[in-house]
Design a protein around this ligand. Structure first.
Ligand code: NAD
Length: 490
């Protein structure tokens, strides 16, 4: 059996339901385009309510057998899927670059990152323990066992088209849930390819089902899952307004929810920081995927005494970043995902400049490269009155805010409804302890810009959502606890 695929083998244009590739019941299709050029990559099935229902039917039918499979057998399937992802890392990386725009090295890196969750949860599948509860009464035995919640609906964004869906499917399948999924309309091809590899790895028919939908069709398709009592859990990564909508709409059937939502990450540079390390950390965390990540710093607070120096050091490095299509092997930043994204970035920068910000570098569209490119930008003299201080810019823009003391920095960092990632640089051990306790965020990077790992719990607080992905905690969202009380034992 050939396990190494060509790009053309991996471009699937239909839904995957009950182990088969099927067209939409409505016959509708939509275009997937390359953000670097606007060219159509593929015209694919556009799934609506009826397709979502067919996926749920299949997942509900497949659930009892998958739930009852031995954990080591589920683990073996996930390990095979992981091996196929690694074997096809280059071609998957190219597919990610093609539909999402990130440079190939990052696309390939995303494959390895997503695959690491599959390996992690394959191992965890065999380690789901319950408890024997210490005896409280003679003749009675009490225990707690963990069971899969049932059919899980997974809905994902476009910025990590492989990793986001892999880290939802893997824990769900590991514990014995079955899955219906819908990737973002901008980047469905990677998810469809991943599902094809899962099928090759031996995931049984009906256990994993994926429909692709245009933005318009996504609403009724997902609504069907929200209102269907057989879907016991929604796992969503995306924007906060959509997350709130899913929470409201699913309340009718009281589903379990995991919501990985938007961020507005602060990055604080104290005057006792190693400034070279802080610049390195900021470049890593801010410019991955051109600034289109939920954990990337959106607001950079620099203590007054090092403000000018840090701004100069950063601007030099940012000005040297190579912006180019993913096909250019030297590319460090690709196009933004679509015209709407570039318009938002330009709106934020123009608003900031009109309120007194100074561009140390960048501050403009790069129209010579194409309509979706924006120059990596550093803005000095940012203030809390500017739009970019309260909304995710989701692009390659670093606004630099000044602060005088620790209390002011912490207050500013927490002065947002969001609480996903946060970062700070300091070499004072007591400050490190104080600041990490006070930051209202699910993730704190301390003298470190690269925080993601399959072994760590990823997730937010406040309006960045709830639930954790990865780590030993990442299975809990897919499990419920059953209490068994056995009497008459004396
Ligand atoms: P989005 O919320 O617009 O879309 C996410 C998904 O929801 C897509 O599949 C989309 O088709 C679907 N969707 C949108 N509206 C819907 C509706 N009314 N009904 C049903 N489905 C709907 O987000 P996006 O623009 O794709 O992604 C960017 C956002 O995701 C940012 O806010 C970013 O911070 C967030 N994000 C969060 C994390 C995290 O782990 N917390 C990770 C990556 C991205």
């Amino acid at each position: 059996m050939a396990t190494k695929f060509e790009l053309s083998d991996l471009i699937r244009t239909e839904h995957f339901i009950d182990g088969k590739w099927v067209a939409s019941i409505s016959g509708k299709r939509f275009d997937v385009t390359n953000p670097a050029t606007g060219e159509v990559i593929a015209t694919i099935a556009d799934g609506g309510e009826a397709d979502a229902r067919a996926a749920t039917d299949a997942a509900a039918r497949a659930f009892p057998a998958w739930r009852d499979a031995l954990p080591k057998d589920r683990a073996a399937v996930l390990h095979r899927w992981h091996a196929l992802m690694l074997e096809n890392a280059d071609v998957l990386g190219r597919l990610i670059s093609l539909e999402q725009g990130k440079p190939f090295a990052e696309g390939r890196g995303e494959v390895l990152y997503g695959a690491s969750y599959v390996a992690w949860f394959a191992d965890e599948a065999t380690r789901i323990y319950g408890d024997l509860i210490p005896q409280q009464q003679r003749g009675k035995r009490m225990s707690a066992v963990k069971e899969p919640v049932g059919v899980v609906a997974a809905i994902t964004p476009w910025n990590f088209p492989l990793a986001m869906i892999a880290r939802k499917i893997a824990p769900a399948l590991a514990v014995g849930c079955t899955v219906v999924g819908k990737p973002a309309e901008d980047t469905p091809l990677t998810a469809l390819a991943l599902v094809m590899l899962a099928h090759e790895a031996g995931v049984p028919p009906g256990v994993l089902n994926l429909i692709a939908s245009s933005r318009e069709s996504a609403v009724p398709a997902v609504a069907d899952w929200l209102h269907d009592g057989r879907v016991r859990k929604i796992t969503f990564t995306g924007s906060t307004p959509v997350g709130k909508y899913l929470a409201r709409e699913s309340a009718e059937t009281l589903k379990k929810l995991s919501l990985e939502l938007g961020g507005n990450a602060p990055f604080i540079v104290f005057d006792d920081a190693d400034l070279d390390a802080a610049v390195d950390g900021l470049l890593v965390s801010k410019f991955r995927n051109g600034g289109q990540t939920c954990v990337c710093p959106n607001r950079v607070y620099v203590q007054t005494s090092v403000y000018e120096k840090f701004g100069d050091m950063l601007a030099k490095r940012v000005a040297a970043l190579k912006v180019a299509p993913a096909t250019d092997s030297a590319a460090q930043i690709g196009p933004m995902i679509n015209a709407r994204a570039v318009d938002k970035i330009a709106r934020h920068v123009d608003d900031a400049v009109s309120k007194g910000a100074r561009a140390l570098t960048g501050g403009k569209r790069l129209t010579a490269l194409g309509p979706n490119y924006y120059a990596p930008t550093v803005l000095a003299d940012a203030t809390s009155e500017m739009q970019l201080s309260c909304e995710e810019t989701f692009g390659p823009v670093v606004p630099l805010f000044r602060f005088e003391d620790e209390a002011e920095a912490i207050h500013a960092a927490n002065d947002t409804p969001f609480g996903l990632a946060s970062y700070f640089y300091s070499q004072d051990v007591r400050r490190i302890d104080r600041v990490s306790r006070q930051l209202e965020a699910g993730i704190v990077g301390i003298n470190e810009g690269a925080i993601s790992s399959e072994a760590a719990p990823f997730g937010g607080v406040k309006e960045s959502g709830y639930g954790r992905e990865g780590s030993k905690y990442g299975l809990d969202d897919y499990l419920s606890i059953k209490y068994l009380c056995q009497g008459g034992l004396d």
